[in-house]
Each structure stands twice: as structure tokens, then as C-alpha cells.
Design a protein around this ligand. Structure first.
Ligand code: URP
Ligand code: ZN
Ligand code: ZN
Length: 471
């Protein structure tokens, strides 16, 4: 089966040109102009953009957090309909279970046969048994070259101390893995949460007061210094404010392999949303919290200038009714995080590209290309290049509309961007050559997503030959 996408404006992280794409089976077979295979199925993409399928390197499907469970993988059509053909989901580590067993369980019980998007998995330390460092080679062999630790959530299994993080950085370096850190100072937050609650300050807005920018900035500095001490690369997830971004940027300027992600909420929403009446501020509780508006411009600038490398969503499908509202009377009981996997491209385009803050090429870079490189998928994904998977997004720049929960597929009773103006819309999506969105509507099926074995950071980022591990 072959397919010709004709006359679209193809956008990669380095170019923008009018051209044609020939897809044979699951792969891109040719890219050029005037391609003519008359017998094939032809799609007219004139007047439309063609982007590589997005890679969202930060999702939490089916995650248990503060007594709630996020929407599961049967809601991944939301990702595909938003132009994201690959997700990389964090695997919670049950107590007493190895990281590898946790990932096998997560994959077989939750993802395989369900996900509509191709998927990879990140390991996530929640039980720092002595054996976790020794099992890294097995994780690499299983195609899991990334591991996350959290400096926040003290007193819960999510929390890791500096010794654990430092040892993990040293261990990951030996096998070429990339350590990802949630950088917020757990001690500061623990003290402030307890104090605010004891003083009767229980509303959602106090969630942000308990997690001030200084708690994130300090932890981000610590993260990059731990990486320097271990001489290992580090990736700071969900950077929310200007000074934390500067900590990552400046560390790289000093020669530390420090990279960072920001997320659409920090680019488009601000702390004021936490004060919404009728407890609706709880809808906007995430960690790190939304910040003062003046942080948005530096974060856009960081994406444009390459100071931050990727935009992930930190997608958590949590309902307002029955989940977020469990925190009435105590903000510490509001499950943290909110959905966004469906809206990443629309927000980057509408509020980044169309306002002149982000070039189209940079948008593609942070949306697809750099996530593919940093997370070990670039051999297959992240660019409109011959030989890569035909994960392709045809986007209509003339569309004007509004974001709404009513039209969202994320399986949640609200959308944090409700009523936001949207410019441009995903018209068609191909997942490895298979039409999965047509006319803006999801036409794929659950289970079409395939597990993606990923390569190590060292291999993927340098483009070298596949690393052989000597055990
Ligand atoms: O608030 C958030 N981000 N919840 C999800 C867990 C995490 O910290 O990434
Ligand atoms: Zn986090
Ligand atoms: Zn997260």
C-alpha cells in the first residue's frame, strides 16, 4: 500500500518547503517535488502544513496520585487527534518490585493492545532498593534508556533524596542512560504545606504558595550540580519559571549536559487560575504550580533560542468531579496535574508561532525532533525523512475555533484551556502510514499503537551505532 501526500508545506526542524511525500507501508519512501505515482492513493495537501508526528515525552496515563487515578490508555486517541503519534509514559514502581518488572507489568496490563499512539516507557524510581542501580543494563536492553526521580513529594514513595539521585546519575552514565528529574525542594514544600494547612489556608491557591519559585530554582541548581558532580547528563522536566530555566541554560553554558522541558500550562496559563471560584482553581493544580505571568515570555524565548529543548505535556487525565474535588478543605489532597496531551500542537501554534514567539521550525523541533533525539527514537521518528516511520500530521492553518472539553477526547470532565482561541487544526494524522485522523476526527483504533524500544541517550544524541552493552 502506498500513499502520496502532494503539494503540502513540509516543515522540519531546519527547513520549510513545498513538496510531496511518498509513503510505502509504514515508512517514508521519498520526499521531493513533482513526485508522481499515479496509481497510488493521493492526498492533496496544498495550503496545508505537513509536520512530523509529535512525540510527547511526558505523560501519566493510569497513574495513581493522591488517591486518584488518571485516565488510562483508552483515552490515547486524544494524543493522536492532537498530532502526537508517540507518547512516552512514566512507569510507577510498585513497592518491592524491580524497575524492569514494573515496566513489563505496566506495558502488558495497561498499554499493550490499548494505546492508539505508539508508546515508549520511562522508568520512575519509587522504591530505591539497593538493586535499582544494577538493573539499568536490563532496562537499556528492554528499550528503556530514561529514568525519572523526583526531588519533591517528601514523605511519599515519589520522593528521592540527593544520595539516591547522585548514585543514579553515576549509574546511568555508565550505561548511557538519561536521568530525568522533577526539581522542586521537597523539604521547603513539606514545611510550607503543613504550616499553611495548620493556619487554615486550605484553598487551591495555597498549593502554589506552598511551592514557591525558590523551591524549584534551588532544586534545579542542585539537579545540575549533582549532574556535574557525577559527570552525567540530566534532563529537568516541567521547568515552570524563568530562573529555573536560566539554571538549566547556564549549566549547559558551563559545559554540563543539562537539558530541560517546559509544558503548555507554564506557557499559557498563570497562577491567577488557582483563585477561580467554586473550587474550580483545583482544576489548575499541578506541580510545579502555575507561575506569575511574567515567566511566560522567558520560557517562550528559551524554546526559541534552544535554552530549553522540549515541550511535553505532563498529561494527567483527572476529573474535576470525584477527583480534583477530593481536596475541598485541604489543598494537599487535590491530585496534582491536569490533561493537555490533545492540545500541545494547537497551543504551540496558536500562542507561539502565530504570536511571533516561536518559529515554525523551532515548533517542530520542540514538538517532535528533539524529543526523538534525546529520548532515543530519532532513528525511527521525529523528522520528515526517507526511511523514518510515516508519522505525519497534515495541519490546516486556516482553521479558527475554540478549545473545549465538549470536543476533547481526553476522557476528562473539563479542559484547562476551555474557550481558548485556536488557530490551525490537525486535519489528518498518519500513524506509521495508517490514516488515524481525518477531517479533524479520530479514525484510528485502540491498540494500533506499538511499543517503541528506544536507544540510549549517548547513542541517540550522537547518532552513533547502536551501543552494545558488556555486562
Ligand atoms: O502535578 C503534576 N505534575 N502531577 C504529575 C506528577 C508529576 O509531578 O509529574
Ligand atoms: Zn513531576
Ligand atoms: Zn509528570
Amino acid at each position: 500500500m502506498a500513499l502520496l501526500i502532494k503539494g503540502g508545506t513540509i516543515v522540519t526542524s531546519s527547513e520549510e518547503f513545498r513538496g510531496d511525500i511518498l509513503v510505502r507501508g509504514e515508512k517514508i519512501a521519498a520526499v521531493g517535488s513533482g513526485l508522481d505515482w499515479k496509481e497510488e492513493q493521493t492526498i492533496d495537501a496544498a495550503g496545508k502544513y505537513v509536520f512530523p508526528g509529535g512525540i510527547d515525552g511526558h505523560t501519566h496515563f493510569g497513574l495513581s496520585i493522591r488517591g486518584a487515578r488518571t485516565a488510562s490508555f483508552d483515552t490515547t486517541p486524544a494524543a493522536v487527534s492532537g498530532g502526537t503519534t508517540t507518547i512516552i509514559d512514566f512507569v510507577p514502581q510498585p513497592k518491592g518490585m524491580s524497575l524492569l518488572d514494573a515496566s513489563i507489568k505496566h506495558r502488558s496490563e495497561m498499554v499493550e493492545g490499548v494505546s492508539a499512539a505508539d508508546f515508549g516507557l520511562h522508568a520512575m524510581v519509587m522504591d530505591a532498593q539497593p538493586g535499582i542501580y544494577d538493573e539499568l543494563p536490563a532496562l537499556v536492553e528492554a528499550g528503556i534508556p530514561t529514568i525519572k526521580l523526583l526531588m519533591a513529594y517528601k514523605g511519599t514513595p515519589f520522593y528521592s533524596d540527593d544520595a539516591t539521585i547522585f548514585k543514579m546519575l553515576e549509574a546511568t552514565k555508565k550505561v548511557g542512560m538519561l536521568t530525568m528529574l522533577h526539581a522542586e525542594n521537597g523539604d521547603i514544600i513539606d514545611v510550607l504545606e503543613k504550616r499553611l494547612i495548620s493556619e487554615g489556608n486550605t484553598d487551591p491557591k495555597y498549593h502554589a504558595e506552598s511551592r514557591p519559585p525558590a523551591a524549584e530554582i534551588e532544586a534545579t541548581f542542585r539537579a545540575v550540580m549533582l549532574a556535574q558532580a557525577a559527570d552525567a547528563p540530566v534532563f529537568v522536566v516541567h521547568v515552570s519559571c524563568a530562573d529555573a530555566m536560566a539554571a538549566v541554560r547556564d549549566a549547559r553554558g558551563r559545559g554540563i549536559a543539562a537539558f530541560g522541558e517546559t509544558c503548555p500550562p507554564y506557557l499559557t496559563l498563570d497562577v491567577g487560575y488557582l483563585t477561580k471560584s467554586h473550587f474550580e482553581g483545583a482544576k489548575y493544580v499541578c506541580s510545579p504550580p502555575l507561575r506569575e505571568k511574567q515567566n511566560q515570555q522567558p520560557l517562550w524565548q528559551a524554546l526559541q533560542n534552544g535554552w530549553l529543548q522540549t515541550v511535553g505535556t505532563d498529561h494527567c487525565g483527572l476529573n474535576f468531579k470525584g477527583q480534583k474535588d477530593m481536596g475541598r478543605g485541604d489543598f494537599t489532597k487535590i491530585p496534582s496535574g491536569f490533561p493537555g496531551v490533545e492540545n500541545r500542537l494547537a497551543l504551540l501554534y496558536s500562542y507561539g508561532v502565530r504570536t511571533g514567539k516561536l518559529s515554525l521550525q523551532r515548533m517542530v523541533d520542540v514538538f517532535a525532533t528533539v524529543p526523538a533525539k534525546l529520548f532515543g527514537l530519532y532513528r525511527r521518528k521525529g523528522s520528515v525523512t526517507v526511511g523514518k516511520d510515516a508519522g505525519l500530521v497534515i495541519s490546516d492553518p486556516d482553521y479558527r475555533g475554540k478549545i473545549s472539553a465538549k470536543t476533547s477526547l481526553h476522557g476528562v470532565d473539563y479542559n484547562a484551556y476551555e474557550n481558548f482561541d485556536q488557530i490551525g487544526r490537525v486535519d489528518k494524522v498518519f500513524l506509521r502510514g495508517k490514516l488515524s485522523v481525518h477531517g479533524g476526527k479520530f479514525t484510528g483504533c485502540l491498540g494500533q499503537g506499538r511499543y517503541m524500544e528506544r536507544e540510549t541517550y549517548t547513542t541517540a544524541y550522537t547518532g552513533g551505532a547502536k551501543k552494545r552493552l558488556h555486562r
